[in-house]
Design a protein around this ligand. Structure first.
Ligand code: G3I
Length: 352
């Protein structure tokens, strides 16, 4: 399966470069000028580690989609949108399944792209054997340790950074009352980070959150957690700013927010960027979206510890937004036909 997928990606990229895949050609590098608008090429020239995209296994049968995704001048990093999550990797206690994650890891390796691991411990997409198991603290500790060390260990040497803990806080800065917090209190964060560190000491270990992009109670709670983990000597390398934004509402203090975490000695990354609008899209909304993408990329560019940006899939064809926010969408820099939008030009502008 891995070989077939690798071959498909390679063949699709070859066809795209020959101009034989019509839908992929809008972003295929056919000249120096086209290469100059390749996002990862531009980003790495600035010193970023990558410009990347999320992807998901069902999309990998779409050869035109894969051709663009696999162009490592455009994307130097990919993140599996679902297939490394707990429900995909340990659906039953002690039974680990890595086929989906392996397919994406193989694609990244074949393309010469970095890979972000997403994620080890999250309240969502968590099998009921964990969330409703009624485990005591010692047993749940062992379950977290086994899960994180097995999953992170499986991909040892293949992952640039892991979202070890995802979305631990409510928007008001209180702890999310999931099975992990309810059973272990905040200690579960350190338990997961220690297990991940032991399994792949070279991987950068992240906490990944949303609604921390602007000053407020949630950002403060995360800053306090970082300092508490650092005081305890817990391994932690980075903070992921998800950045699921709404057109016209990008926080003006995004750069300052990133800097609060780099001031604590951490790296930061924009891990899940998309900027949605109320449909239908209009020229005015697309123009504002271009400005918004440019602002986000400029904020990361202005912060020396901001190592890269990942968009939460590059095309509206596979965006998570419409199924979650009724009447909203068009959040990505490529449209549903895999053609770049003004937002793409905004990213190029900010990286140039
Ligand atoms: O796996 C089932 C499949 O068996 C079933 O047939 C199908 C029918 O709907 O559903 C499949 O599960 C879906 C899953 O994606 C895998 O495709 C879920 O319904 C769907 O809700 C789930 O959505 C994912 C979402 O996380 C879940 O919270 C999105 O694809 C994924 O992009 C999104 O990603 C999250 C990040 O992990 C964390 N930050 C927010 C971000 C956006 O929500």
């Amino acid at each position: 399966m891995m070989t077939i997928l690798g071959f498909t990606a390679f063949a699709a990229l070859f066809l795209a470069q020959q101009g034989l895949l019509g839908a992929a050609s809008p972003t295929a590098p056919t000249s120096d000028a086209a290469a100059a608008s390749e996002l990862n090429t531009l980003a790495t020239a600035l010193g970023w580690k990558y410009f990347g995209s999320a992807t998901d296994n069902p999309e990998l049968t779409d050869t035109a989609y894969v051709a663009i995704l696999s162009d490592n001048g455009m994307f130097g990093q990919i993140t599996p949108g679902n297939s490394m999550k707990w429900d995909a990797t340990e659906p039953e206690r002690g039974t680990f399944t890595f086929s989906g994650g392996d397919a994406i890891a193989s694609l990244a390796e074949g393309n010469g792209q970095l890979l972000r691991g997403h994620n080890c411990v999250w309240y969502n997409q968590l099998p009921s054997w964990v969330s409703s198991g009624g485990f005591d603290a010692a047993t749940l500790t062992s379950i977290i340790q086994t899960h994180c060390s097995t999953v992170v260990g499986h991909y040892k040497g293949q992952i640039y950074s892991w979202d070890v803990v995802n979305e631990p806080f409510n928007d008001d800065g209180t702890w999310r009352t999931d099975v992990f917090f309810n059973t272990l209190g905040e200690d579960y964060v350190g338990i997961a980070l220690e297990a991940a560190s032991g399994a792949d000491p070279a991987a950068k270990l992240y906490i990944n959150e949303y609604n921390i992009e602007s000053a407020g109670a949630k950002q403060t709670a995360l800053l306090n957690l970082v300092q508490s983990l650092q005081s305890a000597g817990t391994p932690l390398d980075g903070i992921g700013f998800q950045c699921h934004f709404i057109v016209g509402e990008v926080p003006t203090d995004l750069q300052a927010s990133l800097e609060k975490f780099t001031a604590l000695g951490l790296e930061v990354a924009i891990t899940e960027l998309d900027i949605r609008m109320t449909l239908p899209s209009t020229d005015a909304l697309l123009a504002q979206q271009k400005t918004d993408y440019e602002s986000v990329i400029a904020a990361c560019r202005a912060v020396s510890g901001c190592v890269g940006t990942t968009i939460w899939d590059y095309t509206d064809k596979y965006s998570w937004v419409p199924s979650t926010f009724s009447g909203q969408g068009a959040a990505c820099p490529w449209d549903e036909n895999l053609v770049t939008k003004p937002a793409f030009d905004g990213i190029v502008s900010a990286l140039s």
